[in-house]
Design a binder for this molecule. Structure first.
Ligand code: DX5
Ligand code: ZN
Length: 223
């Protein structure tokens, strides 16, 4: 059974002076959830959203929130992002000494556990935690910034993750440089959830067109 296509916009390109309105606009544009790129300036050379920023937006939209935790010490922060209203927590395998314990802790907190894999990290890192995972996020850029070039050599890795997840109830999400020109290749490799930031915001026909077009292109690539 193929898992449904989902669009998860990154809010990094949004106008932070109007972040609440921007999230309402994303919901109205038909996204399936909102992808918060949390950066601590240590794991990646950039700083973004603390839990209080996300908590301030939570009451204004209904779609689920996922926190992409690009942080060096995720275990210290998990409960804060769940309390802020995140339904999904994505931790980086590279930041977790005890990944199995961290994923189990996310589930205990009531959120969906996900693991993110940097471009250099092999797919088989997930082998012994597959039963704990709701999402595997394959990075198609090196994390830290929006607007970077898609790394097409990650497509065989998406296929490898898909093969490892055969028989497991787990989404395959991709993140970085995803847009109209790249979504087909990564969909054919097995992805069903698409994080997109700059490609959505640069669509001259607006967010709703961008979201609908990306969804249709992914669905067409599956048929
Ligand atoms: C990068 C983030 C991505 C990025 C996506 O570290 O994890 O979510 O913001 O933005 P685009 O779609 O512009 O590559
Ligand atoms: Zn991200």
């Amino acid at each position: 059974m193929s898992r449904p296509v989902k669009i998860a916009p990154s809010v990094l390109p949004a106008d932070f002076a109007r972040l609440g309105e921007e999230c309402v606009a994303l919901e109205e544009a038909g996204v399936d959830r909102i992808h918060w790129d949390v950066m601590d300036g240590v794991f990646v050379p950039n700083l973004t959203f603390g839990p209080d920023v996300i908590a301030s937006i939570r009451p204004h939209v209904d779609v689920p929130f996922e926190a992409h935790l690009m942080v060096a010490e995720p275990d210290q922060l998990l409960h804060r992002y769940v309390e802020a209203g995140c339904n999904i927590l994505l931790v980086h395998a590279e930041a977790c000494t005890h990944l199995h314990r961290t994923l189990a802790h996310i589930a205990e907190l009531g959120a969906t556990p996900g693991v993110a894999l940097n471009p250099h990290t092999p797919a088989d890192v997930i082998t012994h935690v597959r039963d704990l995972l709701g999402i595997v996020l394959v990075m198609t850029v090196n994390p830290g910034f929006g607007g970077q070039a898609y790394i097409s050599s990650m497509e065989p890795k998406v296929a490898a993750v898909s093969a490892l997840l055969e028989g497991f109830d787990c989404d395959i999400e991709v993140d970085g440089g995803i847009g109209p020109d790249t979504v087909a290749g990564v969909t054919s490799a097995g992805a069903n959830v698409f994080v997109s930031g700059s490609a959505l915001y640069r669509d001259p026909e607006g967010l709703e067109h961008a979201v609908t077009d990306l969804r249709h292109r992914a669905e067409a690539a599956r048929s």
